[in-house]
Design a protein around this ligand. Structure first.
Ligand SMILES: O=P(O)(O)OC[C@H]1O[C@H](O)[C@H](O)[C@@H](O)[C@@H]1O
Ligand SMILES: [Fe+2]
Length: 189
């Protein structure tokens, strides 16, 4: 049998960079249709800021193996809505995931296929267990980059479809200087 080699490396805890990882950059233009306030979206699109970067060490899509990735989610808002990651179900929907907060302040929105949502605040040291079947999106509610690590089965895959179409049933906004998790007015059952 040919064994894979173990991997040991140091994540830069200030920048979130994983040495040797594959880097993915998502700009505001990659998130068309995701934010509620279209006017604010189009205005900010003139700058087309980077919303988040992902550094991933991935294996082949085989049962039993694991991927891991850091995400650097930048601070910002579109209208009242804080910057977030697209959010997804897993293509193999029963695959779970673990997140670990490294730096900055934010949280995770999770949602069942029926639309029941939950908000978990995250900071450095927070562990979040994403159970099978729950969609998940992270949100930066602070004013510095929100950095976290995720560990997930390498055959989990990403299913963006229904979140892209319908969003989450809750949105995370700033109102009167406070972070609020409120019903998404555009959500349909
Ligand atoms: O794929 P998104 O919903 O945009 O989230 C961005 C990324 O966040 C984490 O790093 C996950 O481990 C990745 O699987 C995911 O791709
Ligand atoms: Fe995931």
């Amino acid at each position: 049998m040919e064994y894979k080699r173990p991997i040991g490396l140091d994540i830069d805890l200030e920048t979130g960079v994983i040495p040797g990882a594959k880097k993915l950059v998502r700009r505001l233009s990659d998130l068309k249709g995701y934010f509620l306030d279209e006017e604010a979206y189009n205005e900010l699109l003139k700058e087309d800021p980077v919303v988040y970067e992902v550094y991933a060490i991935e294996q082949e899509e085989k049962e039993g193996d694991l991927n891991f990735a850091t995400t650097v989610l930048y601070p910002g808002k579109v209208g009242k809505e804080f910057f977030f990651t697209k959010g997804h179900f897993h293509a193999k929907a029963d695959r779970a995931e673990i997140y670990y907060g490294i730096k900055g302040k934010g949280g995770m929105l999770l949602q069942t296929p029926e639309g029941e949502a939950e908000w978990i605040p995250m900071g450095p040291g927070t562990v979040v267990y994403v159970p099978p079947y729950w969609a998940h999106r992270t949100v930066n509610t602070g004013n510095e980059p929100f950095i976290f690590l995720a560990i997930y089965p390498s055959d989990a895959g990403h299913d963006y479809g229904s979140i892209k179409e319908k969003g989450f049933s809750k949105i995370v906004i700033e109102e009167d200087g406070e972070v609020k998790v409120v019903d998404n007015p555009r959500w349909k059952e």
